[in-house]
Design a protein around this ligand. Structure first.
Ligand code: GDP
Length: 437
C-alpha cells in the first residue's frame, strides 16, 4: 500500500490514477476502483481510499493506493507518485504530521510506536490506552492542578495589600502535596509498565534433575506462546520472550537449560545463582518425589529475597514434598504443584504469576501506566521541581520566586505531551518509527 498525505496529494493521484467511475467527485471515507497508468499503459489495477481534510490521520488530504503488491509494482507506483510531485516520507512522518497538526499529542504519537512494536497483548493494550489519550488526560489534570496553584500565587502577587500570604502559603502547600502524590503514583506505575513492555525477567532455578528444562520446554510448547530469542545480558545466556495468556515472560535460558541432556552439563547451583541475580521473578523448582536436600536449601535461600514461586514438580509420581512444608512456606506463600512432563498445573503457575505481579485485567484497566522512559524521566523531574517549590515556600521565599519553580513543573509536563518540546527531541522520537507510519 502506498500512502500520500498533504494538500496536493489528490492532484498527484489524479495524474496517475484512472478510476473506472469518473463522474463522482472525491468524497472522504470512500474507496475507488481503477488503474494506475503510465503513458496510457496500465501499471496495476488498484483500490484507492480517500480521506479528506481534516478528517484523516494527519488531518490533511490523504489517499492510500492499494495495489496487488509485490516489490516491482509497488516500487513503480511509488516512483510514479514521486515523478508527479510527491516527496518520500521520512520514518514516522505521517504520525509526526498528526502531532504537528494538533490531532494527537506527543504522548499519543509515541504510543503508536509502542502499539506497533508490542510484543504481548498486554503491552499492545497499554499502548492503545495511551493512544486513546488516557495518560494525556491524567497529565492534563495534573497540569490544571498546577495552574490552579499559579492562579493563587498570582492573586497574592498582584494584590499584596490583601496580605493573603499566610493563607496562600498553606493552601499552595496542600495543593502541591496533592500534585506530588499524583505524580509519584505515575512514576511508580513505570515499574509495572516496564514489566509489561519488556517482559517479566524470569529465572528457572533448581538443582540438577529437578525439571528445569522440562518446565521451560512445557512453557514454550504452549499453544499460543510466541517465542522470540534475545541475547541475554549474562555470558552464555539467551532470553526467550514468550507471551502466555497475555503474560509477557522473558525467560533467562542459559546455554544449558533447554539443551542440557547430559548429566555432566546440567545446570548447577553456581549457575543458578548467577541467573537469579538479574531476575524479576524466580521460579524455584523442586523435585517433589524427594526430600529437601542441601542443594534445594541453597536454592531456597537465593529465592528468599525475590519475587518467588516455588514449583513442586513431578506430581504425576508419588510425591513426598507438600506445599504446606514449613521450610517452603517460610520462603514464599506462592507454592504450586506441577508436572512439567505432562503440563499439569501450568495454568496454576500462570495464575500465580498474575497474582504476584498484579497483572489482572482490573488493575490494568483502572491504572494509568507509563511505559516510556522519556515520560518517566520527565515525571521524576517534575516531582523534583514540586519538591523545590515546596522548599521555597517553607523558606518563605517571595512568591515570584516560588512561581519560577512552578513554571518548571509546568514545563516538564508540557514536555511529555509535547507542547513545549524542542525540535531535536521531536525528530529523535519520530526517527524511531518505520517508514510509512
Ligand atoms: P533439569 O536438570 O532441572 O533441567 O531437569 P530435567 O528437566 O532435565 O528433568 C530431569 C529428569 O526428570 C528427566 O528425566 C525428566 O524427564 C524428568 N522429569 C521432569 N519433570 C518431570 C515430571 O513432572 N514428571 C516426571 N515423571 N518426570 C519428570
Amino acid at each position: 500500500m502506498i500512502r500520500m498525505s498533504g494538500k496536493d496529494s489528490f492532484k498527484v493521484l489524479e495524474k496517475i490514477f484512472k478510476p473506472k467511475n469518473k463522474s463522482n467527485k472525491i468524497k472522504g471515507y470512500t474507496i475507488k476502483y481503477g488503474n494506475i497508468v503510465e503513458n496510457g499503459e496500465i501499471v496495476d489495477e488498484v483500490l484507492v481510499s480517500y480521506f479528506k481534510a481534516p478528517k484523516s490521520y494527519t488531518t490533511e488530504d490523504m489517499c492510500e493506493i492499494n495495489s496487488h503488491g509485490g516489490n516491482i509494482i509497488v516500487r513503480k507506483i511509488l516512483e510514479l507518485c514521486l515523478q508527479n510531485g510527491a516527496e518520500l516520507a521520512e520514518p514516522g512522518e505521517f504520525t509526526k504530521r498528526a502531532f504537528l497538526n494538533g490531532r494527537i499529542d506527543l504522548l499519543q504519537a509515541e504510543s503508536v510506536i509502542d502499539v506497533i512494536h508490542a510484543k504481548s497483548e498486554r503491552e499492545a493494550k497499554t499502548g492503545i490506552k495511551q493512544l486513546e489519550g488516557i495518560l494525556s488526560k491524567k497529565i492534563a489534570e495534573i497540569k490544571q492542578n498546577i495552574l490552579d496553584v499559579m492562579v493563587n500565587i498570582e492573586v497574592a502577587i498582584d494584590y499584596p495589600e490583601y496580605d493573603v500570604d499566610e493563607v496562600t502559603h498553606q493552601q499552595i502547600m496542600e495543593m502541591l502535596d496533592q500534585v506530588e502524590e499524583k505524580l509519584a503514583k505515575l512514576e511508580k506505575s513505570f515499574d509495572n509498565g516496564k514489566l509489561i513492555k519488556d517482559g517479566i525477567k524470569t529465572a528457572i532455578i533448581g538443582k540438577p534433575n529437578a525439571g528445569k528444562s522440562s518446565l521451560l520446554n512445557a512453557i514454550l510448547k504452549e499453544e499460543r506462546a510466541i517465542v522470540t530469542e534475545y541475547e541475554g545480558t549474562t555470558r552464555d545466556t539467551i532470553e526467550e520472550f514468550v507471551t502466555i495468556h497475555g503474560i509477557p515472560l522473558k525467560i533467562i535460558d542459559t546455554a544449558g537449560i533447554r539443551q542440557a541432556k547430559d548429566e555432566v552439563e546440567k545446570i548447577g547451583i553456581a549457575k543458578s545463582k548467577e541467573i537469579a541475580k538479574e531476575a524479576d521473578l524466580i521460579i524455584a523448582i523442586l523435585d517433589s518425589t524427594k526430600e529437601i536436600t542441601h542443594e534445594d536449601r541453597e536454592i531456597l535461600e537465593l529465592a528468599k529475597s525475590k519475587n518467588t514461586i516455588i514449583v513442586l514438580n513431578k506430581i504425576d509420581l508419588k510425591s513426598i514434598l507438600k506445599s504446606d512444608n514449613m521450610q517452603l512456606q517460610k520462603v514464599t506463600k506462592h507454592i504450586i504443584n506441577l508436572s512439567a512432563l505432562n503440563g499439569i498445573g501450568l495454568e496454576n503457575l500462570y495464575d500465580e504469576i498474575c497474582k504476584l505481579f498484579q497483572l489482572n485485567e482490573i488493575n490494568l484497566d483502572n491504572e494509568t501506566v507509563i511505559t516510556n522512559i522519556r515520560h518517566k524521566n520527565l515525571i521524576s523531574k517534575a516531582i523534583e521541581n514540586v519538591k523545590k517549590t515546596k522548599e521555597t515556600i517553607k523558606n518563605e521565599m517571595p512568591l515570584d520566586i516560588v512561581a519560577i519553580f512552578i513554571k518548571e513543573v509546568l514545563e516538564d509536563l508540557g514536555n511529555i505531551t509535547g507542547e513545549l518540546v524542542s525540535e531535536d527531541i521531536i525528530n529523535e522520537i519520530f526517527a524511531k518509527f518505520c517508514l510509512g507510519k
